[in-house]
Design a protein around this ligand. Structure first.
Ligand SMILES: NC(=O)c1ccc[n+]([C@@H]2O[C@H](COP(=O)([O-])OP(=O)(O)OC[C@H]3O[C@@H](n4cnc5c(N)ncnc54)[C@H](O)[C@@H]3O)[C@@H](O)[C@H]2O)c1
Length: 255
């Protein structure tokens, strides 16, 4: 990926940071955008420590002006953009669908679905003008199946999958491939925090994965980098499930 430029929206921690580091290890120049300045700068330090070149811009993925600021800085410093992972998301409180408030629904949608659309709206022209490339939006297995008490998050992630397929079709002849990665549980972010506080739920969650464990952030990052690479040159509009066997598992037999 030498001479290529990769952007990770939400690259300041966990999966996003692992994705930045994986792009950088492949030789790409990396742009880290995150709402958390300390996390983003820490990721940039790690890029430099492994001999890479990068840039951090503080940005909220739900805010058009921030997204445009990231892209303007990317153009200025690195002269174009080829690969993107739109990684950040915001969940809603776990509640029955009838108890969720309008505000909770709207906050989740504003980043997790609308934010992905907003990112692509401004990223696509720059990628096209840079000679083409690829976008990977991070969805979830929760966007494929029903997830009790997570109606807003599940709906948003399902929306990300179909939005990505739609944009993939619109840009298939214009040199931009668009795919999603649908992770199962990842040992990062809100999941690590939540399971750390609820050990009995942790066992249940691990058990939903046929492999009996969560993903390391790098295992998701590697799938993202693959989909952005030339090795995936004929793959577009695909939702790649990376879940340690969540979606294929039936719980009939305890293995
Ligand atoms: N953690 C899991 O088990 C899990 C499972 C399935 C899918 N996912 C999805 O994977 C992706 C990564 O999740 P993660 O839990 O690994 O998080 P992560 O560790 O990658 O951290 C997310 C980063 O996004 C940043 N961020 C949050 N809101 C932002 C905003 N509005 N604008 C810019 N940056 C913002 C945070 O500061 C943080 O640095 C998300 O899309 C999530 O929904 C996570």
């Amino acid at each position: 990926m030498n001479q290529k430029v990769a952007l990770v929206m939400g690259g300041g921690a966990g999966t996003g940071r692992a994705t930045v580091l994986a792009f950088s290890a492949e030789g790409a120049k990396v742009v880290i955008a995150d709402i958390n300045e300390a996390g983003g700068l820490e990721t940039l330090d790690q890029v430099k420590a492994q001999g890479g070149e990068g840039l951090f811009v503080r940005a909220d993925m739900g805010n058009a002006a921030d997204i445009q600021k990231v892209l303007a800085q990317t153009q200025l410093d690195f002269g174009g953009l080829h690969m993107v992972s739109n990684n950040a998301a915001l969940g809603a409180p776990n509640k029955p669908v009838t108890e969720l408030t309008e505000e909770e629904w709207d906050r989740c949608m504003a980043v997790t679905l609308r934010g992905i659309w907003l990112c692509m709206k401004y990223q696509l022209p720059l990628i096209e003008a840079s000679g083409g490339g690829a976008i990977v939006n991070i969805a979830s297995v929760s966007g494929i199946r029903g997830e009790a008490f997570e109606s807003a998050y599940s709906a948003a992630k399902g929306g990300v999958i179909n939005l990505s397929k739609t944009v993939a079709v619109e840009y298939a002849k214009r040199g931009v491939r668009v795919n999603t990665v649908c992770p199962g549980g990842i040992d990062s972010g809100g999941m690590t925090f939540y399971l750390g506080k609820n050990p009995e739920i942790r066992d249940r969650v691990l058990n939903t994965h046929a492999m009996g464990r969560l993903a390391e952030p790098k295992e998701i990052a590697d799938a993202v980098v693959y989909l952005c690479s030339e090795r995936a040159s004929f793959i577009t509009g695909h939702d790649l499930v990376v879940d340690g066997g969540v979606m294929v598992r039936s719980n009939v037999v305890d293995l």
